[in-house]
Design a protein around this ligand. Structure first.
Ligand SMILES: NC(=O)c1ccc[n+]([C@@H]2O[C@H](COP(=O)([O-])OP(=O)(O)OC[C@H]3O[C@@H](n4cnc5c(N)ncnc54)[C@H](OP(=O)(O)O)[C@@H]3O)[C@@H](O)[C@H]2O)c1
Length: 269
């Protein structure tokens, strides 16, 4: 997908909670199977292993799109630069493809953080920049403050959550949407309705969840520690859900659908 000058592979590997040798192994396997997009963050404590997996894969650095994120404790100007440089040291890269603000932090003026984020691009530490977990009002403010194109808003999105308002705001600003927890942390993989829809296409419930998001226009970053699921999750480009099936999946959304805990997150609305 193209957004703000960035070409972002529509499927990426999520790495939250993958640690140590498992993380390096899964990243290496994913790249060898054809994945070209890896999502990490300073908070995941696995940037070193993501870098190791990348080098072990033998895939050229420039052929892989690497995203990392700066944690909300580090959104003041000086801390932001330090955190970015530390991520690069751990990854053993001179630049990432995409640098995101992981979560907003209302204790630090957004103008300061957006300034720091855009400077990371200007300094050559990130090819592209963007945000994560930004609400509609925050997207509007970020777009006003950014001096570099923002290329994505990474948000929780799967069949159990209605993100139409945030997605519409992103579209208004030509900002791509990256869906995190796209299998709802495994829940979608066991869903009876998704499984039934999948039977029409000889696909699994997890594949229906990912395909649904892709047809909604999202980039998806499913995580798995299993090789067979790396293959399963990337085999989503050879079938299409029809409008009735899309509607059926949309109807699974409900107000308690979140799987990621926002209780500690700041309320900006
Ligand atoms: N920006 C943010 O604030 C934020 C927040 C959360 C996540 N993220 C990013 O998004 C990535 C993905 O989200 P996530 O890790 O929360 O959840 P997810 O990708 O929706 O789900 C991962 C879980 O589902 C299982 N799974 C994977 N493929 C499956 C399939 N085809 N069928 C059934 N189960 C399957 C995995 O188990 P196995 O390992 O056993 O396969 C794992 O337990 C993260 O890893 C991270 O990179 C970002």
């Amino acid at each position: 997908m193209t957004s703000g000058g960035a070409r972002i592979p529509v499927i990426g590997l999520g790495t939250w909670d993958l640690r140590g040798r498992t993380c390096a192994r899964v990243v290496e396997q994913a790249l060898q199977l054809g994945y070209r997009h890896i999502d990490t963050a300073e908070m995941y404590g696995n940037e070193r292993e993501v870098g190791e997996g990348l080098r072990a894969s033998g895939i050229r650095r420039d052929d892989v799109f690497i995203t990392t994120k700066v944690w909300p404790d580090h959104l003041a100007s000086t801390a932001f630069e330090r955190a970015t440089k530390e991520s690069l040291v751990r990854l053993r890269l001179s630049e990432v493809d995409l640098l995101l603000i992981h979560w907003p932090n209302p204790r630090i003026p957004l103008a300061e953080t957006m300034g720091a984020l855009c400077r990371m691009k200007q300094a050559g530490f990130a090819r592209h920049v963007g945000v994560s977990n930004f609400t509609v009002p925050l997207i509007e403010e970020a777009m006003r403050l950014a001096t570099e194109p923002l290329v994505t808003n990474q948000i929780e999105w799967h069949p159990y959550i209605d993100q139409s308002k945030v997605v519409a705001a992103c579209r208004r600003h030509s900002l791509s949407v990256t869906a995190y927890s796209p299998i709802a942390r495994g829940r979608a993989g066991n869903d009876v309705q998704l499984r039934r829809i999948g039977l029409n296409h000889r696909k699994t419930a997890g594949q229906v969840s990912l395909r649904f998001l892709i047809q909604e226009g999202a980039i998806v970053i499913p995580r798995t520690s299993r090789r067979e699921r790396l293959e399963e999750n990337s085999a989503v480009f050879d079938f299409e859900l029809d409008p009735a099936e899309m509607d059926e999946v949309r109807k699974l959304a409900n107000r308690r659908g979140r799987v990621v805990d926002w209780s500690g997150a700041p309320n900006w609305d």
